[in-house]
Design a protein around this ligand. Sequence first.
Ligand code: HEC
Ligand code: HEC
Length: 199
Amino acid sequence: MSMRSTAVALLSISALPAVGAQTSFEYCTVCHGANGNGNVAIHAPKIAGIEPWYLKNQFAAFRAGWRGAHADDAPGNEMRPVAAILTDAEIERALGYVASFSPRSPAITVSGDVAHGKELYSACAACHGAAAQGNAALHAPALSGRTDWYLVTQLRNYRAGLRGANAADSNGQQMRAMAATLTDDAALNDVVAYINTLR
Ligand code: HEC
Ligand code: HEC
């Protein structure tokens, strides 16, 4: 059985309320992989080591439909019902669970022109930091040590308006404007290839 069909069998949307009511959040790892280190086969990124404030912002974004609501966003469509089903108190508990993961350095899957990526990244550093370490005050998450294919997908999602298109989503709107400056797919790969050197 493929990973995707396993996830679907265990987590049909109608089964989620019962799962959410349990105190254990181990089902997160069915999609996000052992210790939340990501599962490329079902496009579920590494969440180990993610900033708690950023995780909360993303749950709010999924719940509001700023993320994961667009018909062309299949991975987002998978995550949105998970976020929608959890109460605020459960999200607090899920944060504690995610914080217990041991983050691993993910495999490098994206290659590109690192020198060009470095030039492009100079515009990103203002918010994400020179070492891509993130900046909580600006609501900009760390990008280093993350699943690289996921970063490319998100840049493409912002550019296509699958994410960051809602007027109420000020963080996403800022990022969407930045993604729009990366005009071709080569530029997306180049900037992520550079981010890969910042681990
Ligand atoms: C059915 C599969 C599935 C389950 C179960 C699931 N996720 Fe996800 N999650 C995904 C996918 C796929 C994405 C990527 C969405 C995208 O590309 O926008 C995602 C995205 C996320 C993100 C956004 C990461 C980022 O960098 O913005 C967070 C945070 C997250 N999940 C946390 C969790 C937590 C915590 C749980 C358990 C309570 C959980 N997920 C359960 C599939 C799942
Ligand atoms: C003006 C500040 C700002 C700049 C400049 C900026 N970002 Fe962002 N970025 C953000 C914010 C804020 C978020 C979180 C958006 C949200 O909460 O949805 C974000 C999110 C992201 C994400 C999604 C991460 C995830 O886990 O889903 C990626 C990828 C990203 N930025 C890459 C870049 C790259 C590459 C550049 C340079 C081309 C850049 N950013 C420039 C503010 C910025």
